[in-house]
Ligand binder design. Sequence first.
Ligand SMILES: CC1=C(/C=C/C(C)=C/C=C/C(C)=C/C=O)C(C)(C)CCC1
Ligand SMILES: [Fe+2]
Length: 345
Amino acid sequence: MGVSEAARRTVRRRVLWPSWGLISVAALLFAAGLEVPGWAEYAPFALSFVLFGLPHGALDHLAVPRLLGREPWPWPVLAVGLLYLVLGGLYLALWFVSPVAAFAFFISLTWFHWGGGDLHALVAFVPEGLAYPADRTHRALVAVARGGLPMLVPLLAHPESYRAVAESTVGLILDDASGLSWPFAPGFRLYAGVSFALLVAVALAYGYVSAKGRGSLAAWRVDAAETALLAAYFALVPPVLAVGLYFCLWHAPRHIARLVLLDGASAVALEGGRLPLARFFRDAAPLTLAALALLLGLYATLPGTGTSAAALLALYLVLISVLTLPHVVVVSFMDLEQGLWSRET
Ligand SMILES: CC1=C(/C=C/C(C)=C/C=C/C(C)=C/C=O)C(C)(C)CCC1
Ligand SMILES: [Fe+2]
């Protein structure tokens, strides 16, 4: 992946280190017994309207032409717009037809997307020349392991809160959302937990052997430390807070760094040690506002909406899900184009 060492260094200093620090502090505070009032758990999702979460996807229409070195207007922007309209529209229809399937699909999609995001960050932002993870098998293992940390560990450690979010989201459409019980039962969680722990162990063991052979153990250590940190974090921190903070402080900033690198002038600033965000926010503003308008539209349309924090989060999750499907297509296109799945690097 053609990211210079100077740019990687800036991303590590301005994006990775802060996220490691903040996520560690949160994990330590909750390990020490911190308790927060219920409303505070929702704060990161509320902040994600502006603080990196929602805006990180609002540049998809510019990311593709920047990657391809084309003028954004008219075809790339129109194509991405159409993609959002068609896939977003179909997914919204699925929420009405089968909210349980739509919710399950959302978890799988996020698993794939957040796992892929972490994989990309490892490949693109570890010191140049370390080539980690080096082959496709290892990359797939890393993506599945990393996506499972935010999507599965909260289910294992805090099934009741997970279930409450699932039920209030499905409850936006169904009157009675209590049919969704088996994923939260101890038997399933034990089975899922053991399988996932094995998968993570295999990913790390594979990575260790591969990295040792290539002299890239320094990158493996970053991977292992991030994996351990996130596993502890999602086990300790209440899920709504944990997932919200991860979205704003971990996933979105890594993706924004990736976008900044696609923009010539901003990439130069990054190489010079700065992380130029003004241009990012300017570019992201129109579609972030459009997403907010869509949220109001959903509020008026979905049958079970309410104004409690839980009901508003549920609504926001439906919005995010509908926007995430086309976002994942765009990001997957970027992954392919940037060689994330090419045979070797
Ligand atoms: C809030 C929350 C959940 C789901 C969050 C999801 C699925 C968020 C997806 C965000 C995306 C895809 C952002 C785009 O990059 C869980 C895990 C059900 C339980 C705990 C609280
Ligand atoms: Fe994303």
